[in-house]
Design a protein around this ligand. Structure first.
Ligand code: PGA
Length: 253
């Protein structure tokens, strides 16, 4: 059975002390309340706070992931972080292909495919992001765009490797805008993505892959979004910076 997942993407936010407080508050909540069965929480802080979060997660119930990775093993790539480094810190997850990386840092589908491979080479599960921008949705091109992102970013993987992927559908017009996709819009796209996976790898494989929704997900809309059969949780930006909000979202299954 595929997992329900709530992943927090802190992006480039918080001081060290603020990160410390947030993670402590989260641990307290998880010590007092159990998440629903088959539910996993993942926290993705900026690189400098990975160790802080990993240390806090030891006796607790969340996993830790990075927000980006370089496509090379190591070497003269100033400012970059490799999968070997993340692996040596025993991290289990890493976001790849976030729309902000695609838009501001020119990441292409081909580069993202390399990053996926690099993470899997070191046993780190990629949280693979896809999603259309507003003009694409307005032109009714959202399915074509997401199909291209999934095909070019993931479909070089064999059956064994595709099951070690989490997909996050994040319509770019909903990220950080307060404008959420309706539960129907989310379900429609998630079912489309699962259909693509089923066509390529078979239904059994497609049914094992968690597909998360991202984009202005908050405590007030999480339940309705997660109630859809093909929405297996969320990738949460802004609301993951408040322990109570993030925790409430994680309790929405
Ligand atoms: P948001 O961000 O929840 O702040 O809209 C989601 C994301 O970009 O992962």
């Amino acid at each position: 059975m595929r997992q329900n997942i709530v992943a927090g993407n802190w992006k480039m936010n918080l001081s060290f002390d603020e990160a410390d407080n947030l993670i402590e508050e989260l641990v307290e909540k998880l010590e007092e309340n159990e998440l629903a069965p088959n539910t996993r929480m993942i926290v993705c802080p900026p690189f400098p706070y990975l160790e802080l979060c990993s240390d806090a997660s030891v006796d607790s119930y969340f996993a830790v992931g990075a927000q980006n990775v370089n496509e090379n093993d190591n070497g003269a790539y100033t400012g970059e972080v490799s999968a070997t480094m993340l692996h040596s810190m025993e991290l289990d997850y890493c976001i790849v292909g976030h729309s902000e990386r695609r838009a501001y840092y020119g990441e292409t589908d081909a580069l993202i495919a390399k990053k996926v491979d690099q993470l899997q080479k070191y046993d780190i599960t990629p949280i693979f992001c896809c999603g259309e921008v507003l003009e694409e949705r307005e032109a009714n091109r959202q399915f074509e765009v997401v199909k291209r992102q999934i095909t070019d970013g993931l479909f070089h993987l064999d059956k064994e490797h595709i099951t070690n992927i989490i997909i996050a559908y994040e319509p770019v017009w909903a990220i950080g805008t307060g404008k959420t996709a309706t539960p129907d819009q989310a379900q429609e796209m998630h079912a489309f993505i699962r259909g693509l996976l089923a066509e390529k790898y078979g239904k059994e494989v497609a049914d094992e892959i968690s597909i998360l929704y991202g984009g202005s997900c908050k405590p007030s809309n999480a339940k309705e979004l997660f109630a859809n059969p093909d929405v297996d949780g969320g990738l949460i930006g802004g609301a993951s910076l408040k322990s109570e909000d993030f925790f409430q979202i994680a309790m929405s299954f």
